[in-house]
Ligand binder design. Structure first.
Ligand SMILES: [Zn+2]
Length: 119
């Protein structure tokens, strides 16, 4: 794997888990009619506002061992799972579509040397 592809994969994965974190906010708040933009992130149990260092997708969950820093309440495994799933899905899209030149030309698996025939 080329270094530039490896760096791209890391960036895409990080982007994916950040979007996954926002999806968690939407999943939790939208059914309740709460705003996803005006209310800051907070603990669901003690309502304590979260600091910036509590908001790193997946990594904060692991660092806190799945518990709120302020009250010790358990944090649902749903949060890191949604973040990870979105990060992995983003990786798969880039790996199998964006970095595969054939995917831009036809969807039936043509080889690189056949690309000109597919256009
Ligand atoms: Zn708490």
């Amino acid at each position: 794997m080329a270094l530039e592809h490896f760096i791209l994969y890391i960036i895409v994965f990080l982007y994916g888990i950040i979007i996954g974190s926002f999806l968690n906010v939407c999943i939790y708040r939208m059914p309740k009619g709460e705003s996803v933009f005006t209310v800051g992130s907070h603990c669901m149990n003690c309502k304590h506002p979260l600091k910036w260092y509590d908001l790193f997708p997946v990594f904060s969950y692991l660092a806190l061992r799945g518990k709120c820093r302020y009250c010790g309440a358990k944090i649902s495994i749903q949060y890191p799972l949604v973040e990870l799933a979105n990060g992995i899905l983003n990786l798969l899209v880039v790996a199998f579509c964006a970095l595969n030149p054939a995917s831009f030309h036809c969807g039936d698996g043509c080889k690189d040397d056949e690309v000109s025939e597919c256009v």
